[in-house]
Design a protein. Structure first.
Length: 147
């Protein structure tokens, strides 16, 4: 069996994703009540490079989100007395949350919170049209996305 080549091209630039094993990349899904508005937000406001998936929907964009990492958090009781249920969350890491928030606001982005100190980093919740908020954060912990 021939090994899979984890190389791909975005906007004419060669990229390589290798998670160290058989996994080539991660693919996040955001379910939206207004997929067109959500896709436009990721394309126009966040500026994510994308490809057209080539389906019958003429606006079915798949976005490159850059390097990725995966954290696993426990469910159950939290220090504040609340409970963390089993769920999935989308977070985008930034190097300077304050300047990122300013830049995105100039493009029309709205934040539902932040910047807030969460201990592990400085956090803001970014409103995504048609979908749930995503977290932007400036981490204080070691990151794995560059290894």
């Amino acid at each position: 069996m021939r090994p899979r080549d984890p190389s791909f091209r975005v906007d004419g630039h060669a990229h390589r994703c290798d998670a160290g094993g058989v996994i080539l990349a991660s693919h996040m899904l955001i379910y939206s009540d207004d997929a067109t508005a959500t896709r436009a937000f990721f394309r126009d406001v966040l500026g994510f490079p994308h490809v057209d998936a080539g389906t019958s929907d003429d606006d079915w964009l798949i976005f490159a989100t850059g390097a990725s990492e995966l954290g696993v958090h426990p469910t159950g009781p939290l220090d504040d007395g609340s409970t963390a249920p089993r769920h999935h969350a989308v977070s985008f890491i930034v190097d300077d949350l304050g300047s990122t928030m300013s830049e995105l606001r100039e493009k029309g982005a709205v934040f539902n919170s932040g910047p807030d100190d969460h201990g592990y980093g400085i956090v803001a919740m970014l409103r995504v049209p048609g979908a749930d908020d995503v977290q932007l954060y400036q981490p204080r912990h070691h990151t794995a996305y560059g290894i």
